[in-house]
Design a protein around this ligand. Structure first.
Ligand SMILES: CC(C)(COP(=O)(O)OP(=O)(O)OC[C@H]1O[C@@H](n2cnc3c(N)ncnc32)[C@H](O)[C@@H]1OP(=O)(O)O)[C@@H](O)C(=O)NCCC(=O)NCCSC(=O)/C=C1/CC=CC=CO1
Length: 267
C-alpha cells in the first residue's frame, strides 16, 4: 500500500504531500497519524526552514475527514457505546493544526484542488496559500452536522473577518479560486499546470530566507492580534532584539552595503 503522506526534506524545505488522490486525499486514520508525524517533525526540526503542504493529484487538496471510514467508526461506537470516534479531534486534528499554525518558520500551502472541512482548515494554517485556478474551498462541517475543527474557527475569521467566516460556516458552499483570492483566502492564483513549480519557487525562497526574522514576524503578528498596542510595542522590542542579534541580520546588512545578494544561514 502506498504511503498516505509523503515527507521529504531537501535544502531546508520540508514538503508534506497528502497522498490518497484516489480518495480525494480524505483523512482516514492512517493519513491523520502520518500527517501529524510529518507536521510535528517539520515544525520541530531546526534544519527545516520552511514547510510546503500540498497533495497528490489534480482534483483534490483534501476533502477533510474520510466519511466513508467515519461511518463505520460511528456504527461501531454505537454498538460498543465507546464513543471513541470524536477523539480524533484531540488525537489528530488539534496536534496537526497546532504544529502547522505554530511552526516557527513559514508554511506555504499549495492548494491543487478542492479543500473541504479539515482540508480547508489545514490550508488556512499556512502563512501563504498559492492556489490552482481549478481549486475550490468549502467549510463543509455544517453539511455533516458538525461544528468547526482543525483551527478553522480561529484562522478563518482572522483571514476574512468574523461575519464572512460565520456565513461560510453556516452556509457551506464551494468558493472558487478567484473568489477565494478576492476574499483573501488565496494569496495567489496560478494556472493549475503551473502550481507545483510556482509553489516550489515560493517555498524555496522562504527556506533560503532569514529564518529567525520570519519566526519573529509570525510571533509578532499572532501576538498583535490579541494584545493592546502598548503590549505589542513591548513584544516588537523583544522580537526585534532577537532578530537583530541573528547572524542573518549581520549578513543582510553587509550584503546591502556590498550591493550583493545575501546568503542566509537561517540563524
Ligand atoms: C464539495 C466536495 C468536497 C467536492 O464535490 P465534487 O467535486 O462534486 O466531488 P464529489 O462527486 O462529491 O466527490 C467525489 C468522490 O469523492 C468522495 N468524497 C468526497 N468527500 C469525501 C469525504 N470527506 N470522505 C470520503 N469520500 C469523500 C465522494 O463520495 C465521491 O466518491 P465516489 O466517486 O465514490 O462517489 C464534496 O465531495 C463534499 O461535500 N464532500 C464532503 C466534504 C466533507 O463533509 N468533509 C468532512 C467534513 S468534517 C471534517 O473534515 C472533520 C471532522 C473532524 C472530526 C470528527 C468527525 C468528522 O469530521
Amino acid at each position: 500500500m502506498a504511503d498516505t503522506v509523503l515527507y521529504e526534506v531537501s535544502d531546508g524545505l520540508a514538503t508534506i504531500t497528502l497522498n490518497r488522490p484516489e480518495a480525494m486525499n480524505a483523512l482516514n486514520i492512517a493519513t491523520k497519524v502520518a500527517l501529524r508525524e510529518a507536521a510535528e517533525s517539520a515544525a520541530g526540526d531546526t534544519a527545516v526552514r520552511a514547510i510546503l503542504l500540498t497533495a497528490a493529484g489534480d482534483r483534490a487538496f483534501c476533502v477533510g475527514q474520510d466519511l466513508k471510514e467515519h461511518i463505520g467508526l460511528l456504527a461501531s461506537d454505537r454498538e460498543t457505546g465507546a464513543g471513541q470516534t470524536m477523539n480524533t479531534v484531540k488525537e489528530h486534528y488539534n496536534p496537526i493544526a497546532r504544529a502547522l499554525a505554530g511552526a516557527p518558520k513559514p508554511v506555504v500551502a499549495a492548494v491543487n484542488g478542492v479543500a473541504a472541512g479539515a482540508g480547508f482548515g489545514f490550508a488556512l494554517t499556512a502563512d501563504y496559500r498559492i492556489v490552482a485556478d481549478t481549486a475550490s474551498f468549502n467549510t463543509s462541517f455544517a453539511g455533516v452536522a458538525l461544528t468547526a475543527d482543525s483551527g478553522i474557527s480561529w484562522t478563518l475569521p482572522r483571514v476574512i473577518g468574523p461575519s464572512r467566516a460565520a456565513d461560510l460556516l453556516l452556509f457551506p458552499r464551494s468558493i472558487g479560486a478567484q473568489d477565494a483570492l478576492e476574499l483573501g483566502i488565496a494569496n495567489r492564483v496560478v494556472p493549475a499546470a503551473e502550481l507545483r513549480a510556482e509553489a516550489g519557487k515560493v517555498a524555496r525562497a522562504l527556506a533560503e530566507g532569514p529564518t529567525v526574522a520570519y519566526a519573529a514576524i509570525k510571533e509578532a503578528v499572532a501576538y498583535g492580534l490579541t494584545h493592546s498596542l502598548e503590549e505589542t510595542l513591548e513584544k516588537e522590542d523583544e522580537l526585534q532584539a532577537r532578530a537583530g542579534q541573528s547572524e542573518d541580520h549581520a549578513i543582510a546588512v553587509q550584503a546591502f552595503v556590498n550591493k550583493e545578494k545575501p546568503k542566509y544561514l537561517g540563524r
